[in-house]
Design a protein. Structure first.
Length: 591
């Protein structure tokens, strides 16, 4: 019998593409980044390239592809242009049959200074990966190298990505997510090194202003230490704070190992403005746990081409907003009075937003993509920010847990469990799992709480939850009550423009509309600055003649003024607190 011969399958070596980006800015005054993508070991007859339409942490489709121009593809030696076509708004395809090395060159217009976009001028270059780089579908998990070519020899590069040894201004990202998650600052910015809990940190400041780097670093150290105490350490090897000093900008965007901050350049001297900046630092740093690592199931893996819907953004952003007030207090950046003042300011904003009676918190989270960042003239009537109401709900949850357990448990315990169960391994949580953790810490059924205050429209029971801590809400009345009119007016380019009209207010019932130009009350010209003073000349129930331009047509309305409405709320201590109230208050707000 003849012995059978085994047939071996041919041995094949699977090669993966090597992805490299070069970012130059030879004429920074043009606001154009010059990007070259080089792909080697390419084996497909086509190369698909897609630009993200949004960036994690900012839940709005921003259409970054709109800034791309001069797209051109070549063979590796650039001696032959490759045919390319655009298939969708953010999708380019290059024909690469028998081509193993591809170069794609394009330019990106960058003249929008926010924490989520790109900005390039004669003083610096700043970019976010989602707004500058393509991803190759199917190869998002491959490592990517980036080389920066500054326009001048004295420009330096700051980013959280690790440097490639032996190569100047060259960096390595383990995958596309890491590249997107690591913004770059390029220029002559000031860089300050400091250490917290044995780990290196940097503060990079671009722009002129009155920021005191030494003071900022000292207080930032306290915030880092305070937040690390909640979670039991720092989950990174190094961290970068990027600070842009701008004319009037404000904002922050969190990343795993860095954050971008934008703040008015001369807003660091006044105590209240400096405190607000440190709240911004505390907020974005808290996100390196809550959002970057503890995140909803819908955001466990990022879909860079479309929306990812979740009802839990109130916990991601609102709970973080609650802690951004609390952390500076614990860190002794400011005192209890400053904390209560900041909390009162946010409470006032919440209680004077009529949309809280229209949009549930879970819906606000779900509709972030179409509402929060796309405000219109009716937004305050129809929606509530998941940051703001989420902060208020988180306050109530913290007080509920603390009261039930005499401050032996708190929302800190919830964050710790969420970190251990979901954050450390970056496993997304569901709304049901979040409620399960909250209930396990509170040791009570929270289904009614969720139904009323997260999924429903019931007014939040502030008085009930604050009373055990010896606190109450006090409405601050003006010395002379102002009859209720129901419209907000601002001066724009010399015109008195009505920017908002509250539903069912005297102004709304009379027919006055947002975007009308206010001209006169009772035939006498009135400005935005004068409006409240003029209204004080009348009583609730009186009718006044209001003259406006409505779409350039002169209109006269009769407005029946209503009873004065509270416009400012304060959280204050009761006069004679009980011992239990004092103990609960001290356990919560000990400084």
């Amino acid at each position: 019998m003849t012995k059978a011969t085994a047939i071996r399958e041919p041995f094949t070596v699977k090669t993966t593409p090597v992805i490299h980006y070069q970012v130059a800015m030879s004429v920074p005054e043009s606001h154009l980044f010059e990007v070259t993508l080089q792909v080697t070991n390419w084996q497909s007859p086509v190369l698909d390239l897609k630009m993200p339409v949004w960036t994690p942490g900012s839940y709005l489709v921003r259409e970054y592809a709109k800034q791309i121009q001069d797209f051109q593809a070549y063979t590796g030696e650039e001696n032959r242009i490759l045919f390319s076509r655009k298939l969708r708004k953010n999708y380019w395809q290059v024909e690469t049959k028998n081509v193993a090395e591809v170069k794609v060159k394009y330019r990106v217009f960058a003249n929008e200074l926010t924490v989520r976009t790109n900005h390039l001028n004669a003083t610096h270059g700043y970019f976010n990966g989602a707004a500058l780089f393509f991803f190759i579908p199917g190869w998002e998990q491959e490592p990517i190298t980036v080389q920066i070519v500054p326009p001048k020899s004295d420009w330096q590069v700051s980013t959280a990505l690790p440097e490639i040894k032996g190569k100047v201004n060259s960096f390595w990202a383990e995958d596309f997510d890491s590249l997107v998650d690591s913004p770059f600052e390029i220029g002559t910015h000031q860089v300050y090194d400091f250490e917290v809990l044995g780990k290196p940190h940097q503060l990079a400041i671009w722009g002129k202003g009155n920021a005191d780097a030494e003071k900022i670093i000292a207080d930032t150290k306290k915030i880092v230490e305070t937040e690390a105490k909640i979670y039991g350490g720092l989950p990174y090897e190094k961290y970068l704070f990027l600070l842009h000093l701008s004319g009037s900008g404000f904002g922050g965007l969190e990343h795993k190992n860095s954050t971008s901050l934008n703040y008015p350049r001369f807003a660091f001297r006044a105590k209240d403005k400096y405190n607000r900046f440190m709240q911004l630092v505390a907020h974005e740093f808290f996100h390196l746990w809550n959002v970057k690592r503890i995140r909803p199931k819908a955001l466990e893996k990022f879909d860079y081409e479309g929306e990812s819907y979740t009802t839990s953004l109130w916990f991601c952003e609102g709970t973080t907003s609650y802690y951004d007030l609390l952390i500076p207090l614990r860190a002794k950046v400011y005192d209890v009075d400053a904390f209560l003042e900041a909390l009162s300011r946010d409470l006032t904003k919440y209680l004077t937003t009529p949309g809280r009676k229209v949009q549930p918190l879970s819906e606000s989270s779900f509709d972030a993509w179409i509402k929060l960042y796309r405000r219109d003239l009716n937004s305050d009537n129809s929606q509530i920010s998941y940051y703001l109401k989420g902060q208020m709900v988180s306050l109530l949850l913290d007080l509920l847990i603390r009261k039930r357990h005499q401050n032996q448990r708190s929302l800190d315990d919830v964050m710790q469990i969420m970190w251990q169960r979901f954050g450390q391994d970056e496993v997304g949580f569901t709304p049901e799992e979040l409620r399960e953790v909250l209930e396990s810490v509170a040791e009570t059924d929270l289904s009614e709480f969720e139904s009323r205050y997260i999924d429903g429209l019931a007014e939040l029971p502030f008085a009930e939850y604050l009373e055990p801590f010896g606190l109450k809400i006090q409405s601050k009345e003006d010395s002379e009550p102002i009859p209720y009119f129901g419209a907000k007016v601002v001066t724009e380019n010399g015109q008195e423009m009505i920017k908002f009209v509250e539903n069912n207010s005297p102004a709304a019932r009379s027919g006055i509309d947002a975007n009308d130009e206010l001209l006169a009350i009772e035939g006498m010209r009135v400005t935005a600055d004068q409006l409240n003073e003029r209204l004080q000349d009348y009583q609730a129930g009186e009718e006044i003649a209001v003259t406006v331009f409505h779409h350039d047509e002169l209109k006269n309305y009769r407005v029946k003024l209503g009873e004065p409405q509270p416009s400012n709320y304060r959280i204050v201590r009761v006069k004679s607190p009980t011992k239990e109230q004092v103990d609960l208050y001290s356990g919560w707000l000990r400084n």
